[in-house]
Design a protein around this ligand. Structure first.
Ligand code: PLP
Length: 447
């Protein structure tokens, strides 16, 4: 990083106060440079220094509705005035109708939801439900995964952010990933390995937990037959299938849920982010009729003060109504195909683009520093180290051209609001085209 004192003088008063008194997440604090946001409209946001950015990653892959979903804002304000909070033992119309709506839009017999306030809490609930339902405690998840920051969720997370939280909860076992580009194992071969793992664990695993399309760990889309076979394998060994749809849900993939792409109904599904379009902190853990029935005569031993928070549930219901009334799910499929084509063009013209992949408006650009080989610029250890990688620098250069794009390890993560237009995609791809020149120039063997 550059000279600290020099760049700190660039901060305005609010940014300096924030830096002094608020932790920056997942960061060495001396590297944190908070930028003050002063407004947002549609698919753009504006910072205090007058810069405007096209939001090509929906902030943290969660602002699926963009930044002007008035119906959601109004519903929240109305609920806050009617009664901002009631204990979870009471219900509100918004909470009950949101539960009903989720039973409708999620696949198969998923029907009953526990509401929380974040993705990690949704995963914590899923782990506890699977344990209570099966009587087993082990959870098999995968190395290239992120499931949240609290202790259970970070223990089942595979990415390097887990390492500092170790030792984690007991029984968190890791399996290989469907990562055709970068793994030594073929995706379908990795499944047979999971089958063997469950057998070797003596059928004592409570659940296999996966992101059906992996998000922050690189946008990994498995082959069509992968998820159905994984469900079969889990069930053959007495384990449940949990699909973590915190990032992949709510139209991101061009379907309501990534599970829909594969025609699979998991036993438990987790959600957050797009559930409220990020207008309110809201998570959900939905289970099938069969799993729900178990808790009729067994205690559902879980809860939070803010479980089913009325204002958050109002946001959730209004968000789903917005997806429906604006036809955003189908739109994500259609515009997403255009995005995919445009990203492929970048792969053709930039030798540093190793692969572009994804589905719907959920896409990744993985970089390589050798044109004829797959050699990452950003490695897993960089995620928990100081300094920047070439991938960070590419994202920063896109920012200089007015396009915000997230990145993780070796991949640029593209997940814009579902309302993004073709023209906005062209604008963002143009900025990326320029930004990727930096990666091309940084390749090994480049003078
Ligand atoms: C797949 C997945 N699960 C869980 C989480 C955790 O969600 P939260 O940050 O809301 O706790 C995330 C966050 O990015 C995620 O992508």
């Amino acid at each position: 990083m550059g000279d600290d004192t020099e760049s700190e003088t660039d901060l305005n008063e609010i940014e300096r106060l924030d830096k002094a008194h608020v932790f920056g997440t997942w960061s060495f604090q001396n590297e944190v440079r908070p930028r003050q946001v002063v407004g947002a409209e549609g698919n753009r946001f504006e910072t205090a220094d007058g810069e405007e950015y096209l939001d090509f990653s929906g902030q943290l892959m969660c602002s699926n509705l963009g930044h002007s979903a008035d119906r959601v804002a109004d519903a929240m304000a109305e609920q806050a005035r009617e009664g901002a909070y009631f204990a979870p033992g009471y219900t509100t119309e918004n909470r009950a109708r949101l539960g009903e709506k989720l039973a409708e839009v999620t696949p198969g017999s998923l029907s009953k939801t526990f509401f929380s306030t974040s993705g990690t809490e949704a995963v914590e609930a899923a782990i506890k439900i699977a344990r209570m339902y099966t009587g087993n405690h082990k959870i098999v998840s995968r190395y290239r995964s992120y499931h949240g920051a609290t202790y259970g969720s970070i223990s089942v997370t595979g990415d390097p952010r887990r390492l500092m939280a170790e030792p984690g909860i007991p029984g968190a076992i890791k399996a290989p990933d469907p990562y055709a580009y970068g793994s030594t194992m073929d995706p379908m071969e990795s499944l047979e390995y999971i089958d063997e793992m469950l057998m070797l664990e003596g059928d004592t695993v409570a659940a296999v937990l996966v992101e059906p399309v992996v998000g922050s760990n690189g946008i990994l889309v498995p082959p069509p037959e992968y998820l159905p076979r994984l469900k079969e394998i889990a069930h053959d060994h007495g384990a449940l299938l949990i699909c973590d749809e915190v990032m992949s849900g709510f139209g991101r993939t061009g379907e309501w849920f990534a599970s829909d792409l594969f025609d699979v109904t998991p036993d438990i599904m987790t959600m957050a982010k797009g559930l409220s379009g990020a207008y309110a902190p809201l998570g959900g853990t939905i289970v099938t009729d069969e799993v729900a029935a178990h808790f009729e005569d067994e205690m559902f031993c879980h809860g939070h003060t803010y479980a089913g928070h009325p204002v958050a549930c109002a946001a959730g219901l209004a968000a789903i109504e917005t997806y429906e009334s604006e036809g955003l799910i189908d739109r994500a499929d259609e515009v997403g195909r255009y995005l995919g084509d445009r990203l492929e063009e970048l792969q053709e013209t930039h030798p540093s683009v190793g692969e572009t992949r994804g589905v719907g408006l959920f896409r990744g650009i993985e970089l390589t520093k050798r044109a004829d080989e797959r050699v990452p610029f950003g490695e897993r250890k960089d995620k928990i180290s100081t300094g920047t990688t070439v991938v960070d620098e590419v994202a920063a250069r896109a920012g200089d051209r007015g396009v915000y794009v997230a990145n993780m390890i070796n991949t640029l993560i593209i997940a814009p609001p579902l309302s993004i237009t073709r023209e906005e995609i062209d604008e963002a791809v143009d900025a990326l085209d320029h930004a990727l020149d930096h990666a091309d120039e940084s390749m090994e063997g480049t003078p």
